[in-house]
Design a protein. Structure first.
Length: 135
């Protein structure tokens, strides 16, 4: 990636089927679906000043296989490190979006440690190296 080219679009994957260890309640959305809805709502209602900050695309996925750490999300983009975070809930929405902004702004997917929200420092389930792109 050239120094002056912007990073590729970041995707925030949300495990929308996660039950976070709770039994399924008839007619109620699971914890992962509630987290997804909270994140989507928060992005849609961002103040104008925050809209100028880099934002990820939010995508639902059926399972991130982090069931022991539900609810789980992943931040990924081509050529950058991918992170999986767990033990999250809709109450963490503001910190998730803050951490995602730091990820989006970083050149390699590694935001400075001290600038990450506490949940991104303490609740990381996995860090996956970037895939090499064949030339």
């Amino acid at each position: 990636m050239a120094e002056d080219s912007p990073p590729a679009q970041t995707v925030l994957y949300v495990c929308s089927t996660c039950r976070a260890g709770m039994p399924l309640q008839e007619g109620q959305p699971v914890a992962g679906a509630r987290l997804l809805a909270a994140l989507q709502n928060a992005v849609e209602t961002l103040p104008e000043a925050a809209e100028s900050q880099p934002q990820p695309i939010i995508r639902a996925v059926e399972c991130l296989s982090a069931c022991a750490h539900g609810c789980a999300i992943a931040l990924a983009r081509p050529g950058s490190w991918t992170y999986v975070y767990g033990d999250l809930s809709a109450a963490d929405t503001a910190d998730i979006l803050l951490g995602a902004q730091g990820y989006c702004a970083s050149a390699d997917g590694i935001p400075p440690w001290r600038e990450r929200p506490a949940i991104f420092r303490k609740q990381c389930v996995a860090r996956i190296p970037p895939q090499e792109i064949a030339q």
